[in-house]
Design a protein around this ligand. Sequence first.
Ligand code: NAP
Length: 326
Amino acid sequence: MTYTGRAVVAGSLGGPEVLRVVSRDVPDPGPGEVLVAVEAAGVNPWDWKSYAPASGATPPVELGVEVAGVVRAVGTGVRWFSPGDEVVAWPVRGGYADLVTVPQRVLVRRPASLPATAAAGLLAAGAAALHAVVATEVDADDVVLVHGASGGVGRMAVQLAVLRGAHVVATASPTWHACLARLGAVPVAHGPGLLDRVRAAAADLGEVVAAVDAVGTPEALETSVALVADRRRVATLVALDRAAALGIRALGHGPGADPGTDVRDAARGQLTALAADGSLDVLVTGAYALEDAATAHRRSRDGHAGGKLVLVTDAARASGDHAPVH
Ligand SMILES: NC(=O)c1ccc[n+]([C@@H]2O[C@H](COP(=O)([O-])OP(=O)(O)OC[C@H]3O[C@@H](n4cnc5c(N)ncnc54)[C@H](OP(=O)(O)O)[C@@H]3O)[C@@H](O)[C@H]2O)c1
């Protein structure tokens, strides 16, 4: 059987203006594969970086690395999933779509308490954040600095560090400070004078012993290495090319970086369980139709979305299980 659905692709390299919605045929899933009817797809900075001129990618570029949806069909050898199961998947290729085919190993069941939109924004950012918290050995009573704490990755890192009993100093624009304080962090504005502000914020907490960078600016890197004595407890998820010179950890995919495959794979189940029982909150600040992917990408590229952006399909809108479409 062949299925038909829409997908968002970058027809050429460039900015969000190159995004198109196309119709495509999707075959039955092969051995070990699962066909997922997508309800929501998470938007991540990687998505717009993947078709930027500097990417060197060959168009058309399929987009979308994480989805929440419902199993539509399974291939031979799929044991743990059946049609109708509500699932979350990461990493996938081509998740900005009505239908996506994924290997069964990237799937986890979506708990009933977790809306599809939140689930779609959980795993890519959450796995990176968990990797950073594990790599920097965040533990109870540690004072930890998180740069980019209002973003998808940083907000997860704040919550995961607080769950470990750490004290968190969190950098973000003032708009998001009240929100970060509610998560248990001490918020600090980024910008000139950051080092002094972090020192003041941490004065009553103790020495800053670890730092997680989800921003990559010179200001974030320099503040981290000025404060944290043990540079193995400073990690960047962004400035991978500067890490070796600073003696800090580079996490992700790039020369000399630690991809953290094991910890990120294990994160699927851990993050889903934490989100299901309310220990981990995914703040969705924008939900857009597939046709409006360019708008979502413009907002993501601005870098101040204040949480997760997601795309929602007609399937999700029909179920009513989504945040308001902006
Ligand atoms: N290496 C990996 O494995 C990996 C995995 C996932 C993501 N990443 C990367 O991590 C980065 C963050 O991803 P995300 O999903 O969290 O992005 P996001 O949701 O767009 O968040 C961006 C964050 O950056 C902050 N920010 C923007 N401009 C800033 C500036 N000039 N100075 C300081 N902070 C600034 C924002 O703070 P305000 O809005 O409060 O100003 C916000 O907290 C991206 O570059 C992404 O590609 C890497």
